[in-house]
Structure formats: structure tokens, C-alpha cells
Design a binder for this molecule. Structure first.
Ligand code: DAT
Ligand code: MG
Length: 140
């Protein structure tokens, strides 16, 4: 295992319900360190650029509208095996399938409004981190 970095987003459904601290506690309890973090409000175009891989999917409009509907907290998490570990702490995309104790099992409202995003592989983690952060903003 190696020390990795991954991109996490606390989505508008969660910031709206003031859950940033509770979600961050889940990351920290799992051994993930928050090495960069900022609260921003995306435009729908910016959300579409970030989620470009899904642009042909039927839910793309709903997804980008939701991601632009309120503030998000974008963050870089660091730790051993951080990409897979974060996916584990997040739980399955659909909260109905998410394991007990995961962020999505505890907080997500639906498959669309599912509280968190996490990179799914080393190449996407690198791209997604540089979408939001400059090297100067990453404090290990
Ligand atoms: P994940 O966020 O677990 O990586 P994904 O990459 O397949 O899941 O999809 C990105 C987001 O798109 C997901 O977090 C919520 C939304 N989404 C996925 N499937 C959906 C569906 N069937 N209906 C509505 N939104 C969906
Ligand atoms: Mg994904």
C-alpha cells in the first residue's frame, strides 16, 4: 500500500443540512487526513465540466443542476490507500445499498442527492484534484 491523495466533495444536500463536520469526522476516524479544503458554489457549467464523463447519461441534467444548487466543500484526503478507503467510507452510490455506518447510509437522501463524491482511481484522482486545487493549496 502507498500513501495516496483523493478528491472528495461534500455535496449540496449535506452542506444544506450542516453535515460538513460530521462527514469530516468519518474521514478522520478512518485515518484519512484533510490536506486541503474549501467551500465553493459551482455554476451548472462548471459542474458539467467536472462530471463530463457522465454527459451522455440520462441523469446528467439532474446531476449538474443539483451540484450547482448550493455550496459544496471540495477537499483533498490523504492516507494509505486513500482512494479505495474513501470509497469504502462513502458507501455505495445508492444509499439503499450502502453498508451500515457509511456516510451515504447515514446521511444520503437518494441516489442523486448522496452527500459525497470521491475519486474512483489514481488517474481520476489526479485530474480531479487539479480541477479544484493548485499545488500551493496542498499542505501535506
Ligand atoms: P459515484 O458518485 O458513487 O462515483 P457514479 O460515478 O456512478 O457514482 O455517478 C456520479 C453521480 O451521479 C452519483 O454520485 C449520483 C449521480 N447518479 C448516478 N446514478 C444515478 C441515477 N441512476 N439517478 C440519478 N443520479 C445518479
Ligand atoms: Mg463516480
Amino acid at each position: 500500500m502507498a500513501v495516496e491523495r483523493t478528491l472528495s466533495i461534500i455535496k449540496p444536500d449535506a452542506t444544506k443540512r450542516n453535515l460538513t463536520g460530521k462527514i469530516n469526522t468519518k474521514f478522520e476516524e478512518a485515518g484519512l487526513r484533510i490536506v486541503a479544503q474549501k467551500r465553493i458554489h459551482l455554476t451548472q457549467d462548471q459542474a458539467g465540466e467536472f462530471y463530463a464523463v457522465h454527459k451522455e447519461r440520462p441523469f446528467f441534467g439532474e446531476l449538474t443542476e443539483f451540484m450547482a444548487s448550493g455550496p459544496v466543500v471540495v477537499q483533498v484526503l490523504e492516507g494509505e490507500n486513500a482512494i479505495a478507503k474513501n470509497r469504502e467510507v462513502m458507501g455505495a452510490t445508492n444509499p439503499a445499498d450502502a453498508a451500515a455506518g457509511t456516510i451515504r447510509a447515514e446521511f444520503a437522501e437518494s441516489v442523486g442527492e448522496n452527500s459525497v463524491h470521491g475519486s474512483d482511481a489514481p488517474d481520476t484522482a489526479k485530474e480531479e484534484i487539479s480541477f479544484f486545487f493548485s499545488g500551493l493549496e496542498l499542505v501535506g
